[in-house]
Design a protein around this ligand. Sequence first.
Ligand SMILES: Cc1cc2nc3c(=O)[nH]c(=O)nc-3n(C[C@H](O)[C@H](O)[C@H](O)COP(=O)(O)OP(=O)(O)OC[C@H]3O[C@@H](n4cnc5c(N)ncnc54)[C@H](O)[C@@H]3O)c2cc1C
Ligand code: FES
Length: 293
Amino acid sequence: MSMDHPGGFAVAPACAFQRVVKVVANHQVAHETFQLTVDDPAMAASMLPGQFLMVRPPGGSDPLLGRPFALYEVERDDKGVPTGISVVYTVVGKGTSALSRCRQGDELSIWGPLGHPFGLPPIEGEVLFVAGGIGQTPFLALGRWWLGRSEYGGIQVQQPARSATLLYGIRSAEMAAGLSDFKAAGINVELATDDGSIGHHGYVTDLLRARLARNERPAKVVGCGPPAMLAALSKLVAEYDVPCDLSLENHMACGFGVCFSCVAPIRQSDGSTDLKRVCVEGPIFAAHDVVWS
Ligand SMILES: Cc1cc2nc3c(=O)[nH]c(=O)nc-3n(C[C@H](O)[C@H](O)[C@H](O)COP(=O)(O)OP(=O)(O)OC[C@H]3O[C@@H](n4cnc5c(N)ncnc54)[C@H](O)[C@@H]3O)c2cc1C
Ligand code: FES
């Protein structure tokens, strides 16, 4: 399977598979937010930034369905050989509560890698990642990949981005997750909070608007977060005509294209709108193609 990525690069995702894996670690990284690492060398060797996996929380048939999580990082041994997958999640309901109770050595059923990855970085440019809440998760691996610091799925970026900055909007300082990971990866971080407890007091899109108003034009923007934030981001990048991709996080039941629970209205080349399955035709879409009502 291959696709023409919104960035114009043909990328062929690896085939997904289902397996039972062992939990290596599951520790709290911010308020109600955990980093889960599972032991899976095969998936770790093939997964690309932007892809996701379905994780079936423990607990028999309740909840019955797996839950989708973006790749946060590929874990590697001392020689750099991929050994496992990490995801970072916030507890919002039954599935993520069950996951938060997992301990080292527990078994989980997972399937992936799913969805299409991000394409290659813009040549020689600055990239800006705009995240709302737990929408920061796809950007650690993406930043490392685009800066040429790690290969993913055996692909090493030959012409890395000049710099990468994460504009990260959260409710309050206690929700900030993974700041040291981003800094260690060479990704600059600017924060915005709803309550002003750290960083800019206001929306994360304010940070981007201020840069664009100062004529600091990035080569590319990538966004992930709640729909209202993505709609505002889409409007802003359209105003300044900046290339932008979005990673959508619609509710998903199956994760592999059969239930249609995840559809999003996507603009077609003839101007019409079609409902596309985010799990198989996304989760990455060009911002100007996503129709916000
Ligand atoms: C491709 C993809 C990647 C994702 N990556 C991550 C990630 O890296 N980290 C992370 O924390 N979450 C991520 N999510 C969202 C995550 O899948 C949901 O938070 C999770 O499924 C909730 O499960 P639950 O059983 O705990 O909540 P539920 O009991 O199913 O729901 C609890 C509440 O959360 C709401 N909710 C559930 N799913 C979503 C959703 N997708 N978007 C908005 N609200 C939702 C429900 O409406 C309900 O109000 C991702 C989603 C997708 C589609
Ligand atoms: S989640 Fe079932 S079709 Fe996308």
